[in-house]
Design a protein around this ligand. Structure first.
Ligand code: TEU
Ligand code: CA
Length: 561
């Protein structure tokens, strides 16, 4: 752990020191990472082959998206056997080797666990749907049709117009919050919970060091099944009574018996709700992702973003921890969505990285982000792969929308933006596969790729390495108090991190124009040394009252006098 002694007895924003609070996580969407057998799909052996690359970034954890056996309706989030490895990912021996090889390099493995639903091919569901009196009937959510024969309620699914699917065989509907092939489990049934805890222990006993818990806010179902006033506002699917009882039980039965880090994917979490998941006193989870940015802020809005960060920092201060991220496998690449992926791509990617790694919380890096990968536009719906994209497209077209128009509307936020192959080189298929890739690579791999980034000392990649290394040396980045000193400035974000005598100022000019930041008291007139900046020539700030900033300039300054 970093310089533990200086923290003793100190109240800091992240509370008591712990190894997991100091982590940086690298997310590997393995099916798009590296293919070793030419079938066009990334695999676990591909992750093993790239472990030295991942380690070279300086990260601590690798979060692997689900690799359990699955028909692949939702790229592995529809699991048909929790104890088996998907053949396209590899074998159990590959997984065990990956854990061992990662550990040998000081890297930890975080598994992605899908608790809310299984595949409709899972033997539990096959049994459940077989008859109304099957012992597993109650393992899923079955309801009678409405009096008119239609679905029991008007609720939508994340992907489809209804979360209900009629099953001819038994004349009832089952609930699916996501794809039709992802029936929701009934967490109110204690047998379901016992099975899930057993499964979690199985993987943790294999040496897994962390868990990312999928769609956690959905585990408990609404108490009453009645129509929603606005079916599009799907909050009714989340945060229902009983949820926290399940999480406390999960902690008692599983988490507390292992030295691990858990992170919950919590849709529609406000700071107040979020605290219920991560407050250390409550013994539920170590940390969470909230989606006030990724789901609820479609494009960059600095004032809104600042407000979100302030509220979360205040609510969690000294009590709980959150993950910091701007993109993942569900969300368009950050430099395209929130930055400038054209003339300022490199500076902008570095600015966003600086922000994610210096705000309070555990930073997540999504594969390819570290070379500034961008979103993608395919000309035809046939090139898209994502079930959500395809279903929404069909819905729009069925409602009479011009197909080209529908594509234009959906493309910017399509989940496939971040699922294109990792760009290793300018070679065929970006060096991802020797076969036919399951999804088309972004043509800009000719320019944006790991090989090119390694060779360029000013690349986004080298900047990430410096930024991540800083965290290992400077506990202020992890434990320092946080204060936003830039008010509602719509372009400049400036904040202070402070731990004991160490005071850091982070100044970010999120704009295509030059700008400036007027230092408030007590920072005006002080001397500050640059710790890191995204323009090569960032100099010392001496007795300054104003800091001039170039487009997308990011500065980390250390107050020395
Ligand atoms: O995502 C949950 C989900 O609904 C996301 O699309 C949403 O943007 C946000 O993350 C939560 O509000 C998880 C997985 O990450 C996603 O890939 C799966 O498709 C989904 O669960 C179903 O398992
Ligand atoms: Ca493969």
């Amino acid at each position: 752990m970093i310089q533990r002694e200086i923290m003793t007895g100190e109240e800091t924003i992240l509370g008591r020191p712990a190894w997991w609070k100091e982590s940086v996580v690298y997310q590997v969407y393995w099916r798009s990472f590296f293919d070793t057998n030419g079938d066009g799909i990334g695999d676990l052996r591909g992750v093993i082959e790239k472990l030295d690359y991942i380690r070279s970034l300086g990260v601590d954890f690798i979060w692997l998206n689900p690799f359990n056996a699955s028909p692949g309706v939702d790229n592995g989030y529809d699991i048909s056997d929790y104890y088996a490895i998907a053949p396209e990912a590899g074998t159990m021996a590959d997984f065990e080797e990956l854990v061992a090889e990662a550990h040998r390099r000081g890297l930890k493995i975080m598994m992605d666990i899908v608790l809310n639903h299984t595949s409709d091919r899972h033997p539990w569901f096959l049994e459940s749907r077989s008859s109304r009196d099957n012992p597993k009937r109650d393992w899923y959510i079955w309801r009678d049709p409405a009096p008119d024969g239609g679905p029991p309620t008007n609720w939508r699914s994340y992907f489809h117009p209804s979360c209900w699917r009629f099953d001819e065989a038994t004349g009832q509907y089952y609930m699916h919050s996501f794809a039709i092939g992802q029936p929701d489990l009934n967490w109110a049934n204690p047998e379901v919970r016992r099975e899930m805890y057993r499964m979690l222990r199985f993987w943790l006993d294999k040496g897994v060091d962390g868990l990312r818990l999928d769609a956690l806010a959905l585990l408990a179902k609404p108490k009453t099944f009645t129509d929603a006033a606005d079916p599009y506002d799907i909050r009714y699917l989340t945060h229902n009574p009983g949820l926290h009882d399940y999480l406390q039980e999960m902690n008692r039965e599983v988490f507390r018996h292992y030295d691990i880090m858990t992170v919950g994917e919590v849709a529609f979490a406000t700071p107040e709700k979020g605290l219920l998941f991560v407050d250390e006193e409550r013994k539920e989870l170590h940390s969470l992702f909230h989606f006030e940015v990724a789901d609820e802020m479609p494009s960059w809005d600095m004032v809104r973003f600042k407000r979100i960060q302030r509220r979360w920092a205040e609510a969690l201060s000294g009590r709980g921890v959150m993950g910091q991220f701007l993109n993942n496998h569900d969300h368009t690449r950050q430099v395209s969505r929130y930055g400038n992926d054209r003339e300022f791509r490199v500076q902008s990617a570095k600015l966003l990285a600086t922000m994610v790694h210096t705000l309070p919380g555990i930073p997540y890096v999504y594969q390819g982000e570290e070379i500034g990968m961008t979103g993608v536009r395919f000309d035809s719906i046939d090139d898209y792969r994502d079930v959500m994209m395809k279903s929404r497209y069909e819905e729009l077209v069925a409602a009479g929308r011009d197909p080209a128009d529908a594509l234009r509307e959906l493309a910017p936020l399509s989940r496939d933006n971040s699922r294109t192959p990792m760009q290793w080189s300018a070679g065929p298929n970006a060096g991802f596969t020797t076969g036919t890739p399951w999804i088309r690579p972004n043509p800009n791999h000719a320019v944006i790729n790991v090989e090119a980034a390694e060779a360029d000392p000013d690349s986004v990649l080298h900047y990430y390495r410096k930024l991540i290394a800083l965290r290992k040396e400077h506990p202020v980045m992890v434990y320092g108090d946080f204060e936003d000193i830039s008010g509602d400035d719509p372009h400049v974000y400036a904040y202070v991190r402070k731990l004991g005598d160490t005071v850091w100022l982070v100044v970010l000019n999120h704009s295509d124009q030059s700008g400036s930041f007027t230092l408030p008291a007590p920072y005006a007139g002080r001397t500050m040394k640059p710790v890191l900046g995204n323009y090569a020539d960032a100099g010392e700030v001496t007795h300054a009252h104003t800091i001039r900033l170039r487009p997308h300039e990011a500065l980390i300054l250390h107050c020395v006098g």
